[in-house]
Design a protein around this ligand. Structure first.
Ligand SMILES: O=c1ccn([C@@H]2O[C@H](COP(=O)(O)O)[C@@H](O)[C@H]2O)c(=O)[nH]1
Length: 275
């Protein structure tokens, strides 16, 4: 059975549960802070505790693949459990894998993350367009036809991103704006919201990106541990953007391992975004 389009599913999830995208990032430092061993058993306890506490209260959960890959096949098995548990709790899953390669290899990543029945199939993934926007075609098409989504890195939250992504091209736009415009073209005419999103850090400067024609979701990391606030998000993206997902990982996870403390942290952040 074909799923409803991702843009529509995400819009409903945000209306029901708010716009927080909670991250599951099992950093070694957090494992230590939770008194867990820095091995696959610690990873499992951390990731499952966080997912069980958080997933039912957020629209979308964002496991960071890198921290699972660290532990090899055991880590990937834990990631599969996280995806499954989040689904059972009614959250969408955005797998943060930032894949980007030549087209033929992108097709293999697409089979891994955006195909029905794949062990790591997610509702959406993050991808990098820096081998050319066209190289992402397999992932974009698979997402649009299978009820899934893709978030394309445009202007990332890290300070080093400005050099490359802020470069002005011969067309007189920044590289980041060219990515936003390519995504907007893809989303044109899709209601209520396109399936292809962009990543635009909550830490970037006001007015750097014109997102008016995007008609798609915006993943805004940088909120919380990287310093951006709810007020920054409002100033950057305004009320006009229909689906701005404020991504926060460490700032919530540091409240564990108590499930109730994790939940309280989610409620606080979620409420601050609603105000
Ligand atoms: O521009 C980007 C794109 C992705 N990320 C990822 O989001 C989280 C942020 O974690 P915090 O602990 O809330 O800082 C992490 O998984 C990053 O890889 C990003 O930060 N910026």
């Amino acid at each position: 059975m074909i799923m409803e389009r991702f843009g529509a599913r995400l819009s409903k999830a945000i209306a029901a549960r708010g716009s927080l995208c909670a991250g599951v990032d099992p950093h070694p430092g957090l494992l230590r802070a939770w008194d867990l061993p820095e091995d696959a058993t610690g990873l499992e306890r951390f990731a499952l505790t966080a997912t069980e506490a958080i997933a039912e209260h957020v629209a979308i959960l964002k496991p960071q693949s890198a921290f699972f890959e660290t532990y090899g096949s055991k880590g990937i098995a834990v990631l599969e459990r996280v995806v499954e548990l989040a689904r059972e709790a009614g959250a969408l899953v955005l797998l943060d894998v930032k894949r980007g390669d030549i087209g033929s290899t992108m097709a293999a990543y697409t089979a891994a993350y955006l195909a029905d029945g794949a062990p790591l199939a997610a509702d959406a993934i993050t991808v990098s367009p820096y081998l050319g926007f066209g190289s992402l075609e397999a992932a974009l098409t698979a997402a649009e036809t299978s009820g899934r989504g893709v978030f394309v890195l445009a202007r990332t939250s890290n300070p080093e991103s400005a050099g490359l992504q802020g470069t002005v091209t011969a067309a007189g736009r920044t590289v980041a704006q060219e990515i936003v415009d390519a995504v907007a073209e893809r989303n044109a005419g899709t209601a209520p919201l396109g399936d292809i999103g962009v990543v635009a850090g909550a830490t970037i400067g006001r007015g750097e990106l014109d997102l008016n024609r995007l008609n798609g979701p915006i993943l805004a990391p940088g909120f919380g541990a990287q310093g951006a606030t709810a007020a920054d998000l409002r100033a950057l993206f305004g009320a006009g953007s229909p689906a701005v997902l404020a991504a926060s990982s460490r700032d919530i996870l540091r409240h564990g391992p108590s499930p109730s403390a994790l939940r309280e942290a989610v409620f606080r952040v979620r409420d601050s975004l609603r105000d």
